[in-house]
Structure formats: structure tokens, C-alpha cells
Design a protein around this ligand. Structure first.
Ligand code: SF4
Length: 463
């Protein structure tokens, strides 16, 4: 009689997890996966996993899986070089790594240039345990400075848009969208109903039924998500053009003072910071603090000087310095400056829905209508109480708005928590934040180009 056990486990193959299940073990061999119904009513997905988790059995018994540490014996690299991998014991592997770590410590954790001597890659940034597990939390944190760049974005901190928005702007990750309370979702190609994980699909379905959630899906093809939404066909890789047009509609076709979250923009973002002629913040010559224009007193003041009425619009003549890359300094006795919000307004002025229609195939009227709906549902200035704390109602969530399009951040920022800063043009041409190119005209940071970029002509160049 075969012995059958059901072992509780969890899947964390993607960041939608962890999700719960039981492994069916027959005579010591894993033969199947079942929901863990012990967690029905506790786990949001009632102890179920998505279809991907069912492949874990094959993964476990893959005859080609790595079973022991491997050491490369051929130092030469190249397409036709055999790396010469050989199996070694765990003791050998740990001794080898410890010896190298000791060498680094003896030399110093950073080199003469101030860069970390230790670079680490954990193989995959997309698998949560790789960057949320004990290794980074305890060992890497205890070590000191480490270069994670080798993994191209993986590691505890990468340049993924969500991390930029979440960490630097909101001081929190917002990887868990508040779908059940959501009223309106604009999605640019995020195929939630296929790849959102068991919880994502469930939460969206609940929201559609219980909260009358409305979804608008911009996507070249009719995905399963688009089938449950208003599908707006769009030419591939032109999402940013539509988003720019939406910002244009918000700022130039609506009364921005009425539809934007003005107190938020003034007090919680860098929208009032003055931008100098080179595209950098104008700073106080002594303290180097960014300056704002105090509309009440009619003079520039540092951002943290208790300015109650910072100007969001206008042009001002100000004495100060701009600090560029590599400590390039521009000293100005008097220079024409505009608040970052004004720079954004000027910047998006040419990006009309008609301009975007030419590029994206999305009708101008659709862009206007969707923008209007977005504003109607943006709950500008509203707050909501969650577990005793008040929160703003509209947030940017990476996969809907901003996964690879910082333009989306600027679009949502005007109605809620995300700042405006007109450096998006350069990235629009190259939307992945981590691949920002240097400014072609000046060889400097793309910020320079963003502030002085010529008006678009309607042509479209795919990177
Ligand atoms: S969504 Fe699927 S693959 Fe991702 S953690 Fe959950 S069960 Fe695993």
C-alpha cells in the first residue's frame, strides 16, 4: 500500500506570490500539487495557486537541474569556449567564496574611486526570494557597499520604474494595487488576466463585480484582459505618445487649477522648484538648496524655508546656481527660470491628441474622452481611511501606468501622489528608465535635452 502525504508548501515563483498549496508525495516522490484548503477564508486566494505552480514538479525532478555547487575552470570567455564547469562540494564552495571575500575586506570595501569592490548577482531579479530573501536582508546588508549593477537591475534596488516611483517618490513600494477599491483602471498593455497571478485575477474579477470597476486597455492585440475591458487598439510602442497627449489635455484643455491636486503639487512635489536655463534646478548660491518662487513675498526662497505660496507657473529672474553632472556649475547673476510645473506645461503644449493620433492610431476623441473619465475618477484631493490612517485615493501603479513609461508617472502625478518634472522627453524615446541615453546634442545628462528639446514634428522614431 503506497504511503501518500500532503505537504504544505508555498509558491514564490513570481512577485504575485507567495501562494499556498500542498505537494502530494507518494512513497517519497512528489507526484502532484493541490490547493491548500486549510487556508480557505484566510489566504486571499483561498489557498490556491495559478497554473504556473503546477510546473514545479517537473522543475524539481529536472534531470539537468544543478544539484551541487559548480566551479568554472576555464578562465577564457567566448562563444566557443567550454566554461569547463566541474562539481565541487559545499565546503569547497564556501571556502572559495570566503577566501575571496576576505581578500576584498583586506583591500577595503570600496576602491580608490569610491566604488564597491564586491559585485553580486543572484541570478534572477524577477524571483522574489532572490532579492527579498535572507541573503540580501542579512548577509548583503551586513557586508556594506555592494555593486548590484552586474545583474542589470536585479537586486534589492534596481532602476525599474516602480522602484523609482515607489521608493523615491512615495517612500513605499506600491506593488500591491488597491484593486478592490478601484473604480477606473487605465492599462497600457498589462495583461493582468493572463499574468497577474491567481490573486490578481481574483481581485480584478471581484472589483468588476462588486465595485463596478471599469477598465480601459490600450493594447495592439485583443488579449484576455482587453476582452474584459474597453479595448483601445494602439500601434505598438506608441503608448507614451498617448500619455503625452493625455497630459496635454489635462493641462491645456481642462482647467488645471481645478482638476489637478494643487496642494499636493505645491507641498509634496518638486513642481514649484525653479528650473534654470540649462534644465537643472536653480539653487541658492550658498546652501545649494533648490529655490522656489514665493508668490506671496515676490522673491525666491529655498524649498524648505516654509514657503506657503510657491508659484507653479510663470517666469522669474533669479540669482543662483545650477549644478549639473560631475559637479558642473553654472553661476547666474540673473537668469530666467520657470517652476518645473510650468516647464512641463510648456513642454507638453505641442503634444495634442491630434498629434498622438497620427502616431498611435488612437482617435483624438478617444484620448480626450478617456482623459476626462480618468479625471472624473481620479478622486483629486480625496483621502481614504485604511487601518486608522488617511491615504490619498489615486496612486500610480507600475504595471498599469508606469512599468516602462515614466511618462505615465507624469500623467498621474498631476492629479495625485507623484511629482512633475519635465525630464520625460528623453525617456519617451527610450522608455526603459535604465537605458536613458546621454544627450546627443550636449553629451550631458538627458535632463538638459529634456528642457530644450525641439517641439515634435509628428515623426516617430522607434529606438
Ligand atoms: S502567481 Fe502563480 S507562479 Fe506566482 S507565486 Fe502565485 S502561484 Fe506561484
Amino acid at each position: 500500500m503506497a504511503e501518500i502525504r500532503r505537504v504544505p508548501e508555498y509558491c514564490y515563483q513570481c512577485v504575485a506570490g507567495p501562494d499556498l498549496f500542498k505537494v502530494v508525495v507518494k512513497d517519497g516522490v512528489a507526484v502532484g500539487i493541490e490547493p491548500n484548503c486549510d487556508f480557505a477564508g484566510i489566504h486571499p486566494a483561498n489557498g490556491r495557486v495559478c497554473v504556473k505552480a503546477y510546473g514545479l514538479i517537473q522543475k524539481t525532478y529536472n534531470p539537468y537541474r544543478i544539484k551541487r555547487p559548480m566551479r568554472r575552470t576555464n578562465p577564457r570567455k567566448g562563444k566557443h569556449e567550454d566554461p569547463g564547469w566541474v562539481e565541487i562540494s559545499w565546503d569547497e564552495a564556501l571556502d572559495l567564496i570566503a577566501e575571496k571575500l576576505r581578500e576584498v575586506r583586506q583591500k577595503g570595501l570600496v576602491d580608490e574611486e569610491g566604488y564597491p569592490r564586491l559585485a553580486v548577482t543572484v541570478g534572477s531579479g524577477g524571483i522574489s526570494p532572490a532579492y527579498m530573501g535572507a541573503l540580501p536582508a542579512f548577509f548583503f546588508a551586513a557586508w556594506g557597499p555592494i555593486d548590484f549593477g552586474i545583474g542589470s537591475g536585479q537586486g534589492v534596488k534596481c532602476y525599474h520604474s516602480e522602484h523609482l516611483y515607489g521608493e523615491f517618490w512615495h517612500r513605499a513600494f506600491i506593488v500591491v494595487p488597491d484593486t478592490p477599491r478601484c473604480k477606473y483602471v487605465l492599462s497600457f498593455g498589462n495583461n493582468t488576466d493572463a499574468g497577474g497571478g491567481v490573486l490578481g485575477v481574483w481581485r480584478h474579477a471581484e472589483a468588476r463585480v462588486n465595485n463596478h470597476l471599469r477598465r480601459v486597455q490600450f493594447e495592439p492585440h485583443l488579449s484576455v484582459t482587453a476582452a474584459h475591458a474597453e479595448w483601445v487598439p494602439i500601434r505598438p510602442k506608441t503608448d507614451a505618445a498617448v500619455l503625452f497627449a493625455m497630459i496635454h489635455v489635462v493641462l491645456h484643455e481642462h482647467d488645471w487649477q481645478h482638476v489637478c491636486d494643487i496642494p499636493f503639487l505645491k507641498q509634496m512635489t518638486n513642481s514649484p522648484y525653479l528650473v534654470g536655463p540649462n534644465g537643472y534646478f536653480m539653487r541658492d548660491p550658498k546652501t545649494r538648496k533648490p529655490l522656489m518662487w514665493d508668490a506671496r513675498e515676490g522673491r525666491p526662497r529655498p524649498f524648505d524655508d516654509g514657503v506657503e505660496e510657491p508659484a507653479l507657473t510663470g517666469t522669474y529672474h533669479v540669482r543662483g546656481v545650477e549644478v549639473g553632472p560631475d559637479e558642473i556649475i553654472w553661476e547666474h547673476e540673473e537668469a530666467e527660470c520657470r517652476p518645473a510645473f510650468q516647464v512641463l506645461m510648456d513642454h507638453v503644449a505641442p503634444y495634442t491628441p491630434e498629434w498622438a493620433q497620427e502616431i498611435s492610431d488612437v482617435p483624438a476623441e478617444t484620448i480626450r474622452r478617456v482623459t476626462r473619465e480618468f479625471l472624473e475618477n481620479a478622486c483629486v484631493g480625496e483621502t481614504i481611511e485604511i487601518e486608522g490612517g488617511r491615504r490619498t485615493r489615486t496612486v500610480l501603479w507600475r504595471s498599469f501606468w508606469a512599468r516602462r513609461s515614466p511618462t505615465a508617472g507624469a500623467a498621474t502625478s498631476v492629479v495625485g501622489p507623484a511629482p512633475c518634472w519635465p525630464r520625460w522627453w528623453a525617456r519617451w524615446r527610450c522608455p526603459a528608465a535604465r537605458s536613458v541615453p546621454p544627450c546627443a546634442s550636449t553629451g550631458r545628462d538627458p535632463t538638459v535635452r529634456s528642457a530644450c528639446a525641439p517641439a515634435p514634428t509628428g515623426s516617430w522614431t522607434s529606438p
